[in-house]
Design a binder for this molecule. Structure first.
Ligand SMILES: [Ca+2]
Length: 401
């Protein structure tokens, strides 16, 4: 469990204002295993940035080296590394701290403040400091080192989409023309080498993937609607276990405003927070349907049925950024369910003409969601299931789309 607290006395990197736009990349390198990486948000125009972010890694062995890099975000040119430091993870040294302090009243946790001096990668000059707080307890289960969470999300509100439709974003509510990227965990472990290539038998897919012009348009739409440096973007984290995160006094971690964006970062625990991110599937008093695509890094989705999306050759190809294959694709909706812990359940299908994902692999979507949100109730329905019609008809915007 690593808390990235803040950096101090960073040097100015941008000549025009003498400031920097720092973010931190932490890479844990367990001996003989794949590296595990975490990247923070960017704090714009700040030489003493507060990050207040954390991630949890399971089964990290002693002797793991942890590389900490602080980078300066640049919009036009490549990002520059401000400085880096490394640190060796040594759990035995951490454990006595647990006896001394414990964490939120739980003495099984050890905690250690780790201030690190940053050095420039080449000239070794001092480049300020970065402060981590590392909390540790013996692994509960045996297994390979792995990222355990939290699940981050990015919500992008697109004023461009608003211009297409003649609606301004925010007039109705913030879900109006949002796209979402959910950085779900366990995607590789669940889907392994399952891939769904675009559907050669589907006219609209042929129109896109056989035409460089159409494919270029789809990719531009993706960049526009998922952009982070235009419009207003909210990022945050979805945790898999509420009690765990409560232990870490997280709640809302704060928000920051930048020239382009309002960024809110917080911790959302359990399936309830997933549903709340989508306003429990209701906007303007009506139940809504969502289109999704699963790629190796994230699940991308947005509300479907908006007039803006009807003009697109393929919503799924747009969400996938024009990728020729995805892990899975379809639609979902959120329906009230008194028997579910969160009061709602996720109804998810494989309804995508563009990628025509095999119904036989649909249970993997359910497995993926429950791996990320153990208390989530998920109903999977193949696109030809008559029960799906019923759900679609309860969503006026989906029924007419
Ligand atoms: Ca910069």
């Amino acid at each position: 469990m690593v808390y990235i607290l803040q950096a101090k006395n960073l040097p100015g990197m941008d000549w025009w204002n003498g400031l920097a736009d720092p973010y931190v990349i932490i890479t844990a390198l367990p001996p003989g295993e794949q590296g595990i990486q975490y990247t923070t948000k960017t704090v714009y125009k700040d030489l003493n940035p507060t990050f207040d972010e954390f991630f949890e890694v399971g089964n990290l062995p002693g002797g793991t080296s942890v590389l900490v890099e602080v980078w300066d975000k640049d919009v036009v040119t490549e990002d520059d590394m401000i400085g880096r430091a490394s640190w060796a993870f040594a759990p035995r040294e951490l454990l006595p701290a647990a006896v001394a302090g414990g964490l939120a009243g739980d003495a099984s946790w050890g905690r250690l403040m780790v201030p690190l001096k940053l050095q420039h990668p080449r000239n070794k000059k001092d480049m300020g400091t970065v402060e981590l707080e590392v909390c540790y307890r013996p692994s509960v289960r045996a297994g390979k080192p792995a990222m355990m969470g939290p699940v981050k999300f990015k919500q992008t509100l697109s004023p461009t989409a608003g211009l297409f439709t003649g609606h301004f974003w925010g007039r109705d509510d913030t879900m109006c023309f949002s796209t979402y990227k959910l950085y779900l965990l366990h995607i590789d472990a669940t889907f392994k080498d399952v891939r769904m290539p675009w559907n050669r038998k589907y006219d609209k897919a042929v129109q896109i993937f056989k035409s460089p012009v159409a494919l270029g348009l789809v990719r531009t739409q993706h960049r526009t609607l998922y952009a982070t440096n235009v419009g207003m973007s909210r990022c945050g984290v979805l945790g898999s276990s509420k009690t765990f995160f409560e232990l870490f006094k997280c709640g809302v971690l704060g928000s920051s405003k930048t020239f382009f964006e309002l960024i809110k970062c917080g911790v959302l625990g359990s399936s309830k927070d997933f549903f709340e991110l989508f306003k429990c599937g209701v906007r303007g008093g009506q139940r809504r349907y969502f289109t999704y695509c699963l790629l190796r890094d994230s699940l991308r989705c947005s509300e479907t049925g908006a007039a803006f999306f009807n003009d697109m050759l393929s919503k799924h190809a747009m969400h996938a950024g024009g990728e020729e294959e995805v892990l899975y694709a379809g639609e979902f909706c959120i329906v009230p369910d008194a028997s579910a812990a969160a009061g709602y359940r996720l109804v998810i299908d494989n309804n995508s003409g563009t990628y025509a994902p095999a119904a036989a692999k649909l249970p993997l979507m359910s497995q993926l969601f429950t791996a990320n949100f153990p208390d989530m109730v998920v109903e999977v329905l193949a696109s030809d299931d008559p029960r799906l019609k019923q759900y679609q008809q309860e969503c006026p915007s989906r029924a007419t789309a």
